[in-house]
Design a protein around this ligand. Structure first.
Ligand code: GUN
Length: 293
């Protein structure tokens, strides 16, 4: 069994990005600038956005954090999106999800200029990704593909089972895994809450990408000997022994599943750090106008 060290890969990529940024700036080019909009005080969102801001520093980017209380109106948020769309110094920006119930996430996503949509959530980017055109690929799926590539994991002709059908992870990663490319070219099955025989389907998988948000859902009896396991879960499970009061728990029962695998990602330190680095890469691409002019 080989552990996929997402943190080590992410650290290396951040160094590569930082070097490229210095080269750009030394040649008189513009330092990439990412803005993040955070609404409310959800613990998970606060942590993710803090990590994104820190990663910007590590990559040599400029970053701007825009904060609102959770009672901000949809109109006010849409006005900020419009302002960021039109600010020439901002290369890309994200609005951290989830948003409070009174705000339409879809309306906000569609209000973002797709050329600055470094999250890759805008329908233009989702559509372009699904037909294999250059675009901003959303960060978690892009991070997973990068890990498969860096560990030279064979995907062609393999049976890849994706657990979960979210717009952020399940759907896009299933799309990428079926593209005629490496990584990809796999036979993909997507399982979700209405799939009756998930265990049986998982047992036929060469690769399982678990993105349900259901702690320790994948158990040893669901995993074929030698399978590759990518765990996207990051649920905060109460744990009195931790200073924070919780333990970040994946969708895979790691201790019993790991001995059966050829490769497995840990939680934390697997997919998570790669997600942030993929956002940094998209911001660099936005800064260089490498995808859209
Ligand atoms: N919430 C959970 N993951 C993400 C992400 O990748 N981007 C944004 N904007 N919100 C999220």
């Amino acid at each position: 069994m080989q552990l996929i060290d997402g943190k080590a890969v992410a650290d290396r990529i951040k160094q590569e990005i930082a070097q490229e940024v210095e080269t750009i700036c030394n040649a008189g080019g513009k330092r990439p600038h990412l803005a993040a909009v955070l609404v409310g005080h959800d613990g998970g969102s606060e942590t993710y956005v803090a990590h994104k801001v820190k990663a910007c520093e590590q990559c040599g980017f400029k970053s701007t954090l825009v904060r609102y209380e959770s009672d901000v109106t949809e109109d006010e948020l849409l006005r900020k999106v419009d302002e960021l769309n039109n600010d020439p110094d901002i290369d890309g920006f994200i609005v951290q999800l989830p948003l409070p119930k009174h705000i339409s996430e879809q309306k906000v996503i569609e209000a973002i200029d797709y050329r600055k949509d470094v999250d890759g959530f805008h329908p233009v980017n989702v559509g372009r990704m699904s037909i294999g055109l250059p675009c901003f690929v959303s960060a978690t799926p892009a991070g997973i593909m990068e890990l498969l590539a860096r560990y030279e994991i064979e995907t062609k002709g393999k049976h890849c089972v994706v657990l979960g059908r979210s717009n952020i992870v399940g759907k896009p990663v299933a799309t990428l895994m079926m593209q005629k490319a490496y990584p990809g070219n796999a036979t993909v099955t997507v399982c979700h809450s209405a799939t009756p025989n998930i265990k049986e389907i998982c047992r036929t998988a060469d690769i399982i990408i678990a993105a349900l948000g259901s702690p320790e859902f994948v158990t040893a009896d669901m995993v074929k000997e030698g399978a590759v396991i990518i765990d996207v879960g990051t649920t905060r499970v109460p744990d009195a022994s931790k200073k924070s009061g919780f333990k970040l728990t994946g969708d895979v029962k790691f201790d019993e599943v790991a001995p059966r695998c050829s490769f497995i990602t840990p939680v934390p330190g697997g997919v998570g750090p790669m997600t942030i680095v993929s956002l940094m890469r998209n911001t660099l691409l936005a800064g260089k106008k490498a995808i859209y002019r």
